[in-house]
Design a protein around this ligand. Structure first.
Ligand SMILES: Nc1ncnc2c1ncn2[C@@H]1O[C@H](COP(=O)(O)OP(=O)(O)O)[C@@H](O)[C@H]1O
Ligand SMILES: [Mg+2]
Length: 219
């Protein structure tokens, strides 16, 4: 469960995000839409605890993230959240399966077990044959799916994705959006994704629109 109440962010005197409410129940996928500069990334950074709001509160899985000190927010993010960005941001020095296993290793799982679980995650997403590949040899779509695998492998309580399909062709964009929304429903995970894409919005359960004249969440 994600519950953001009246979250506003100002950076250096500039209002990056006006007071915004957003909630996502377990199993629900919520799309955040709005033109470039409307505050989508700022809102998502507030949800992940990377950005401390100037007012309002963010509660995820019963924890008031906005009340945690910096170090505890980082720990909470690592232990409870899956995060996906517009770029895959895979580490070139590691194989694909090692990238996907990394959150599990950081969480303290033994390397062998982490790799086995990462392998299974990749298989479930049609990337089993790419496990040993170097990230640089993947197509853009495959790399994004690997990034989604890395976000989901630790079975997070909530998933936050900032324009995860923006750099993909139609087929891959829909594939990535379907992976995220299907995971939301199958695993009962509250999922928030920022997008410009009406086809991606259509796969979500609800929309939060950050346009200046649309400050109310609508169905
Ligand atoms: N760290 C920052 N410093 C200054 N301005 C920022 C910062 N982060 C965001 N902004 C401003 O806040 C507004 C919202 O940005 P952003 O959240 O990136 O929008 P979006 O993701 O919808 O394109 C923009 O006007 C942007 O320039
Ligand atoms: Mg953005």
């Amino acid at each position: 469960m994600i519950d953001a109440v009246a979250v506003a962010v100002s950076v250096g005197g500039v209002q990056a995000l006006e007071a915004t409410d957003l909630s996502a129940a377990p199993g629900e996928a919520v799309a955040v839409v709005g033109p470039s500069g409307s505050g989508k990334s700022t809102l998502l950074r507030a949800l992940t605890g990377v950005q401390v709001p100037s007012s309002g509160s963010v509660t995820i899985a019963g924890v008031v993230v906005t009340a945690l000190p910096t170090g505890a927010r980082a720990t909470f993010r690592r232990e409870h959240l899956g995060v996906v960005f517009q770029d895959p941001e895979l580490l070139e020095e590691l194989s694909v399966v090692e990238n996907v296993a990394l959150p599990l290793v950081l969480a303290g799982l033994a390397r062998r077990a982490a790799v086995a679980r990462a392998q299974e995650q990749l298989r479930s997403m049609g990337l089993g044959d790419k496990a040993e590949a170097s990230p640089g040899t993947l197509s853009r779509g495959e790399a994004m799916r690997a990034a989604v695998a890395r976000a989901l492998v630790s079975r997070p309580d909530a998933v936050i994705a900032d324009e995860p399909t923006a750099s993909l062709d139609r087929t891959n964009a829909l594939a990535v959006a379907r992976l995220l929304t299907a995971n939301a429903r199958a695993a009962g995970v509250a999922t928030v994704l920022a997008t410009h894409d009406p086809d991606v919005v259509a796969l979500c359960d609800r929309v939060v629109d950050l346009r200046a004249d649309a400050h109310v969440a609508h169905v």
